[in-house]
Design a protein. Sequence first.
Length: 458
Amino acid sequence: MTLARALAARIVATSFGDIGEPAKHYARIGFLDTIAVGIAGANDEASRIARRVMGGSPGQALVWGTGERVGALEAAFVNGIAANVLDFDDCTDNLGGHPSSPILPALIALGEERGASGRDVLTAYVVGFEIETCLGRGVNFHHYEKGWHPTATLGVFGAAAACARLMALDEQRTTHALGLCASLAAGVKSNLGSMAKPMHVGNCSRNGLLAARLAAEGFTSNADALEHHQGFLEVFNGAGHYDIGRILAKWGTPWDIEMPGIAIKQYPCCLSTQAVVDAMIRLAQDHDLRPESVARIDARISARRLEHTNRPTPRSALDAKLSAQYVLARAMVDRAVTLSHFEGESYRDGEIQDAMKRVHVSPLDNGTLAREGDFFADISVALTGGGTVTGSIARPAGHYAGVPLEADKLRAKYEACVRHHLTGAQMDGFYEAVQSFEHAESIRELMNHIVVTRPLSM
C-alpha cells in the first residue's frame, strides 16, 4: 500500500464519534482564533490586493471581514492570506508552522457552499490537522531547515484531506487528492517577511480544496507520488532525511490537535520571537525598565529560530514581524507587542529605532539547547547605571503542550481582532456560537454572525 493510500484509508475511516472532548475543545479554540485573526487581517494591504486580483465572482462563501460572498476557491485563497498576513495565527509543534490557516479557509468555504453541519466540519478539521502533523513528524526539522515553509508545503495536504473528508470522498479519490498535492505543494522561506508569505497560505488552502474537487470528479494522480524516487519526499527532503514510519506511527492516539495541541499566539509576530517577547515584557515590568535606563539587551534563542529572525533593520511592517530586534525593542519600550505596532510606518518610530540599536541577538549554545529545548530563550539587560538584570523562559504563554490558553486571554485576543469590524452583538453572538459549533445544523449559521455590514474602520 502506498503512503497516500494508507493516509487516505485513515481519513475515510474517521468519524465524529472517534473525536473526544479534548480534541473538540481545541477545535473550537482553533476555529475561533483563526477566523478572528482572519477578520483582523482582512484590511491589510496584501488582503486588499488579493481581493482585487481575484475579482469577486459571486458565490456562497463569505470573505472574512466583509459582507462579500464569493466562490469557494476564491474565498479559500483570500481568507487564507488574511488569516496569515498578521502572523497572529495559531501554531503547533510537529508541523513547524501554522496548522489552521491552511485548512479552515478552504474547509469553511466548502462547508458554506455545501451547507455542511458543524459536526462534519469539526471532524474534517481534526482530520486535516492530523494529516499535516503526521507528515511534519516524518520530514521535520530537515524540511524546515532546508528552507521550505511547512505551513504551506505540508498545509496543502491538510487542506485537501479536510476537504476530501467533508465531501465524503472514497479511499481511491482521497488518494488521488493527496497525490495531486505532491504537485501543488510550494513555499520557500526566502519570502518570509513579504506578502509572498501569506500568499503561500492562501495558495495552499485553495490548492488543497482544488485537489479534493478535482479528485471528486475523477481527476487522477499517481498513488506513489509521495514516496516515488522523484516524488514529494525525495524532492523536498532527499534520501535519508525523512521517515515514513514516523508519518504512519499514529493516528488519533491522541489527535495532534489535542496533544501537543494548538498554541495560540499572544503577539502578532513570528512564532520564533514569542518567547523572547514574553521574557522581555516580564523583565521590563518586574524591574521597571525604561529606555533611558537600558544600555544593552542581549537575547539568545535557538539557531534554527534565529536563522529567519535576525533582522536588525526591518524593511517593512511585515518584515518587522520577523525581526527579533524590533519586537524586543517594542517589548522593552511599550511592555507590549500589539497589532498597532505593525500598522503603517510604526516600525520606523524613532524611539524604537534607537532602542533597536541596543538589542543584540545570538544563538543558544548546544548544551543549553539540548537541556532546555527549542523554545527556550534568555535575556540579559545591562543597565546604564551599572548592573544587569536577567530572565529566561522555557516556552511562551499559550504554547505548553496540552495546556490550552486561558479562556479570558483567548477572548481578549478575539475581541482585539474583531472589534473594529463587528458590532458588539455580532462579537458576542459569534463567540457563543463557536462554543458549541459542532451542534450547528449548517456552518452557514455561524458565518452569518460575522457578516460585516458597516465600512471598515481600520
